[in-house]
Design a protein around this ligand. Structure first.
Ligand SMILES: Nc1ncnc2c1ncn2[C@@H]1O[C@H](COP(=O)(O)OP(=O)(O)O)[C@@H](O)[C@H]1O
Ligand SMILES: [Mg+2]
Length: 361
């Protein structure tokens, strides 16, 4: 047996669910799709199949958004998932690719340093020099491979990529071809090829999407969870899964502690307490659902290795402090004020107040 990996791809981890969906799926599939659009949406949002198989929800949020996203990919337009950090853009993109193509690995990570070769193709220079341009010397980008195989290509953080490099996507997305002038050939995309890009709509100093490129994408904005209950539900599920993967006692994360972390994050994000009575200042960082998940996972590790195995206030306080205080001066003051005016007064939160104070120093 091969040794396990730290993080299996979605299509590996959920192979059982994907197979059950494929077996139950008798609806029409777009060319090259593994599943019908209906089955892809069920894979993402969860459900129970006729034979009783449970499909776990991957994304928790408005059904319509996922339907629009999947319907877009069934047309000749690409999909842009937009949202603040931690709204599951990357997560949804991975699961869409896994469900549609059975392969979520055709991925380009966009950065300020992303070059055209990473979007189109590059060369194995040793072979290029030895043999001249040839198919063997060509290094295909994940996007080129997706075109060739009729699969979903993923492009992360599209707006971090310099504008002139972004523009190399225009021919790919509108003409569905990638010319390789050095070989006098082109790669024409097979049916099933499409792209899921993600972008952060709060990035400062990023490159705008050119209007020519914007027209090639349908945009779906992923929102922050609109109620505390929805957010607690998301965090509880993911902490359970991540805790299990790290062999942490995930059952130790009781709902009360999860709710408390989510409450703190939501209040600081919204700039007022949940009862609407007290205004609080908002710190500089984004306090996303994803960060709440890592605060709790980190807390579980503290509790398991250095505590009594039960997640307590002191196990999450350090993580919350780290998530909130990104700017050592301004955010520290905001956090201290929140501790003194909100946490201190709140019934049942004395343990959390003490733990918070200890860390704030
Ligand atoms: N609405 C949601 N439903 C399910 N998981 C969510 C949701 N919002 C956030 N998450 C979780 O947050 C984590 C980080 O999300 P990620 O995709 O990296 O965010 P983004 O790419 O938008 O910054 C993932 O583990 C994901 O499961
Ligand atoms: Mg992301």
């Amino acid at each position: 047996m091969t040794s396990p990996v730290l993080r299996p791809h979605a299509e590996q981890e959920y192979a059982g669910e994907l197979a059950a969906l494929a077996a139950a799926d008798d609806r029409a599939k777009p060319p090259s799709w593994r599943l019908s659009p209906w089955a892809v949406v069920t894979y993402l949002l969860g459900g129970t199949l006729d034979d009783g198989t449970e499909i776990s929800p991957k994304y928790v949020g408005p059904r319509r958004l996922i339907e629009v996203a999947v319907a877009t990919l069934a047309t000749d337009r690409a999909l842009l998932l937009l949202g603040v950090p931690g709204t599951a853009k990357t997560w949804v993109s991975e699961h869409l690719a896994a469900a549609i193509s059975g392969d979520s690995t055709l991925l380009v990570q966009g950065t300020a340093g992303t070059a055209e070769e990473q979007i189109r193709y590059g060369w194995n220079y040793a072979r290029l020099i030895a043999e001249g341009p040839s198919d063997q010397a060509l290094v295909e980008s994940p996007i080129l491979r997706a075109m060739r195989d009729g699969k979903v290509a993923r492009l992360e953080e599209l707006t971090r990529i310099p504008a002139e490099v972004q523009d190399s996507l225009i021919t790919i997305l509108s003409e569905k071809t990638l010319p390789i002038p050095e070989l006098g050939t082109e790669v024409q995309a097979r049916p099933g090829f499409t792209m899921v890009a993600t972008a952060n709509n709060r990035d400062k100093g990023v490159n705008e999407l050119s209007s020519a490129l914007r027209r090639r994408f349908n945009t779906v904005v992923l929102p922050l969870p609109d109620t505390a209950e929805a957010e607690v539900d998301i965090v509880r599920r993911r902490v359970g899964q991540l805790g299990a993967a790290l062999s942490l006692p995930a059952e130790a994360a009781d709902l009360a502690e999860i709710r408390r972390v989510v409450t703190v994050f939501r209040e600081l994000r919204a700039g007022r307490t949940e009862d609407g009575r007290t205004a609080v200042k908002t710190p500089s960082g984004t306090l996303s659902t994803a960060e709440a998940i890592s605060v709790l996972t980190g807390g579980l590790a503290l509790a398991a290795h250095f505590g009594d195995g039960v997640l307590r206030a002191q196990d999450v306080a350090a993580g919350i402090h780290g998530a909130v205080v990104k700017d050592p001066v301004a955010d520290s003051a905001i956090w201290t004020e929140y501790l003194e005016t909100v946490v201190r007064e709140r019934e049942g939160w004395a343990d959390f107040y003490r733990a918070g104070q200890e860390i704030a120093g």
